[in-house]
Design a protein around this ligand. Structure first.
Ligand SMILES: *[C@@H]1O[C@H](CO)[C@@H](O)[C@H](O)[C@H]1NC(C)=O
Ligand SMILES: *[C@@H]1O[C@H](CO)[C@@H](O)[C@H](O)[C@H]1NC(C)=O
Ligand SMILES: *[C@@H]1O[C@H](CO)[C@@H](O)[C@H](O)[C@H]1NC(C)=O
Length: 339
């Protein structure tokens, strides 16, 4: 019986790998990713501390992640076997209360002191800022933070933190401007310039779902301005619209940055050169058939940008888990070194 099950898993694994073979260039380390992902499914264990109060999150992404995690086979009741420890607290919990929570965990359990929080993680859509309290310093500097993309400056530590793939909004409250989705509030000079340029389709009212899908499917590029509404990235990829990320500083907080080669599916351009520069970069990048390859890889990538209520293989939930799995190695000191 067990042999049979093993065989079944193996053949499933090969069929997944096969279907991804011509798309492997999407991934930074394709030969490691697939077997390592399978190892994660088998071995990864997370211990969830009891939250200080009933949990409430500020974004659907955080809630969705937490629900998926709670119901997943990754959760263990035995903290001794855990690779990572989840520190759950509500989005609106005051920093003082978060500090108290960490202090209590430090006193009550041996795990915080072993790594000073490095094998712990938490979710915070907005991210934590710098504080002077020791508990918060360790939480921010050592623990893995999962926050929403894009992050606020100073609230993201690139070598360890992760961002959630954006949640597609059921409700299109954001303005959809042709193939630029943008918040009216923050409208920049660039968007005003784009409006006047007939190469860019600009719309000032939110589109209904059908129109949006049509636009995404028929547009070569979808422009996203960093800092504005980027919830449509996954949808753009899915419908073969190449995301163009408009931003003026290095981007270190892209979702799935450890896993996929963003340069292969998206185009990055600054806003300072205006429409002319945007066009120059797009023309240069999409010579010949290059954009067909980008669109194809983007469609493959889009499977990783889907949030499900029942998690599916390689979806957003599992890819966030995989990024945590990559961060599970922390140096653990014996307790006596602290006494
Ligand atoms: C946080 O939000 C929850 C639910 O919205 C609410 O019940 C709770 O009182 C809030 N806590 C604080 C400290 O504002
Ligand atoms: C962790 O270390 C602190 C000192 O930094 C100590 O007060 C606390 O008792 C330790 N926790 C445990 C569980 O031993
Ligand atoms: C969805 O749209 C309705 C009606 O326009 C609005 O009242 C509601 O606040 C929106 N929900 C979200 C989550 O934006």
């Amino acid at each position: 019986m067990s042999t049979f099950i093993y065989f079944l898993c193996l053949s499933l694994l090969t069929s997944v790998s096969k279907s991804m073979i011509d798309s492997t260039s999407l991934y930074l380390s394709p030969t490691i990713l697939f077997p390592d992902y399978q190892n994660m499914l088998i071995s990864f264990k997370i211990y969830i501390y009891t939250p200080p109060n009933a949990l409430s999150f500020s974004s659907p992404t955080e809630s969705n992640f937490f629900t998926c995690l709670q119901n997943s086979p990754f959760v263990t009741q035995n903290p001794e076997e855990a690779h990572l420890y989840f520190v759950p607290f509500s989005s609106n919990l005051s920093t003082r209360s978060v500090a108290r929570f960490i202090r209590d965990l430090r006193m009550e359990f041996p795990y915080w002191n072993r790594t000073l929080g490095a094998d712990h993680f938490y979710v915070s859509c907005a991210g934590l800022g710098y504080e002077s309290d020791r508990n918060l310093v360790e939480l921010k500097k050592n623990s893995v933070q999962i926050s929403c993309f894009p992050t606020t400056e100073g609230r993201f530590v690139p070598h360890k933190d992760i961002t959630f793939p954006p949640h597609a909004q059921g409700n299109r409250t954001a303005k959809y401007l042709g193939f630029v989705r943008y918040n009216e509030v923050k409208e920049s000079n660039l968007v005003n310039e784009l409006r006047k340029d007939s190469d860019f389709l600009i719309e000032s009212e939110p589109s209904n779902g059908m129109t949006l899908v049509g636009r995404l499917g028929s547009s070569v590029f979808c422009l996203f301005e960093y800092g504005a509404d980027v919830s449509g990235i996954g949808e753009a990829l899915r419908f073969g619209c190449v995301p163009v990320m408009v931003m003026d500083r290095p981007m270190q907080d892209l979702p799935l940055m450890d896993v996929i080669g963003w340069q292969k599916i998206a185009i990055f351009v600054g806003s300072r050169g205006g429409v002319k520069e945007v066009k120059r970069v797009l023309d240069r990048t999409c010579k010949d058939d290059e954009c067909a390859g980008r669109r194809r890889l983007g469609v493959v990538a889009s499977q990783h940008f889907v949030w499900n209520h029942m998690p599916q293989p390689y979806d957003s939930f599992h890819m966030v888990m995989y990024q945590l799995w990559l961060r599970r190695h922390a140096i653990r000191y014996a307790r006596r070194e602290f006494v």
